[in-house]
Design a protein around this ligand. Structure first.
Ligand SMILES: [Zn+2]
Length: 308
């Protein structure tokens, strides 16, 4: 198989859709993880990319001509094409900046230092991982004038501390990143994640005056506001479903955090992976903190949680 298809064959097989100066290149399976969907913006002066998922390695000259990368957030699957753009300026929200600049910063944001060396090898092998010490920070409402088109960043944290939605005008395309509206639901299992911030970001997302919404993974492109809003509310409802499952587990019998983690909340029961116990622990802890705060759950001095 190795020489059966040329690079230009690969380029032809990538599905794309254009909205004025904005192009969306679909990753494999509509950008299902580990791939993602690539957004390129062709200003009259500057060519920009939003994130760089795996598919960016197969687009060719249109991607490789990128002069400016604006990252919606920093995770391995969004950095997979940065190695192709050593001379491009890379901008990252300041709260995600350390994660972009060094491996140490990334592992701190993940919070899984015990698996650092296995994780680094996996990222190098599967995501062309290379940190960007030259990356620069941006803040909420930052904007970039590309010539006849403009990017604006809206800080919408939760998934990561710096997660931002990138909005292109006049095309009115919103790149929502890993507020991805997938059936999995919101992910806030990293050390730098926040359930409370994610709730606020979900509530604000519909305020962006977009006509087109692009998610990093799986869903791809929405051009119908009603459809987008329906999927957004189903996605947000996953938070309530997780809360109900936790309460049901505690109704069965009081449990410690470790016992709840054994039952899994994010992933199916029995699901294993390097980071799974850490992600479940952080996810469940954040829900328990909310439930404790409003008195629906109590905890005793032995760390056993029960219905309040
Ligand atoms: Zn992510």
């Amino acid at each position: 198989m190795s020489n059966a298809f040329s690079d230009s064959d690969m380029q032809r097989c990538i599905q794309r859709v254009d909205f004025g100066r904005v192009s969306v290149f679909y990753g494999e399976k509509s950008g299902k993880y580990p791939d993602g969907n690539q957004v390129l913006v062709r200003g009259s002066k500057i060519r920009a990319a939003f994130d760089t998922p795996l598919v960016s390695n197969y687009i060719g000259p249109e991607f490789d001509a990128t002069e400016l990368v604006v990252m919606g957030h920093v995770h391995e699957d969004h950095m997979a094409g940065l190695h192709r753009l050593p001379h491009a300026s890379v901008y990252v929200h300041e709260a995600d900046l350390p994660a972009a600049q060094s491996w140490e910063g990334m592992i701190t944001a993940f919070g899984n230092s015990e698996y650092a060396s296995e994780t680094l090898l996996k990222f190098q092998r599967e995501f062309f991982y290379a940190p960007r010490p030259d990356a620069q920070g941006y803040v909420d409402n930052a904007s970039w004038d590309l010539g006849q088109t403009r990017i604006r960043a809206f800080h919408m944290p939760g998934h990561t501390a710096g997660h931002s939605v990138l909005f292109v005008e006049p095309e009115c395309v919103a790149f929502t990143g890993d507020i991805d509206l997938t059936g999995f639901g919101p992910y806030y299992g990293d050390a730098g994640s926040s359930l409370a911030d994610f709730r606020r970001s979900l509530a604000r997302l519909s305020e962006i005056p977009a006509r087109v919404w692009v998610t990093s993974h799986h869903r791809g492109v929405y051009t119908d506001r009603e459809h987008f809003l329906r999927d957004l509310s189903a996605y947000a409802a996953k938070l309530g479903e997780r809360e109900q499952r936790l309460l049901a587990l505690l109704r069965e019998s009081p449990k410690t955090l470790a016992q709840l983690v054994d039952q899994r909340l994010l992933y199916p029961p029995g699901y294993e992976g390097l980071w799974v116990v850490n992600a479940e622990t952080r996810t469940i802890s954040q829900h328990l903190a909310e439930l404790l705060a409003d008195g629906r759950v109590e905890v005793n001095e032995d760390g056993v949680y029960r219905i309040g």
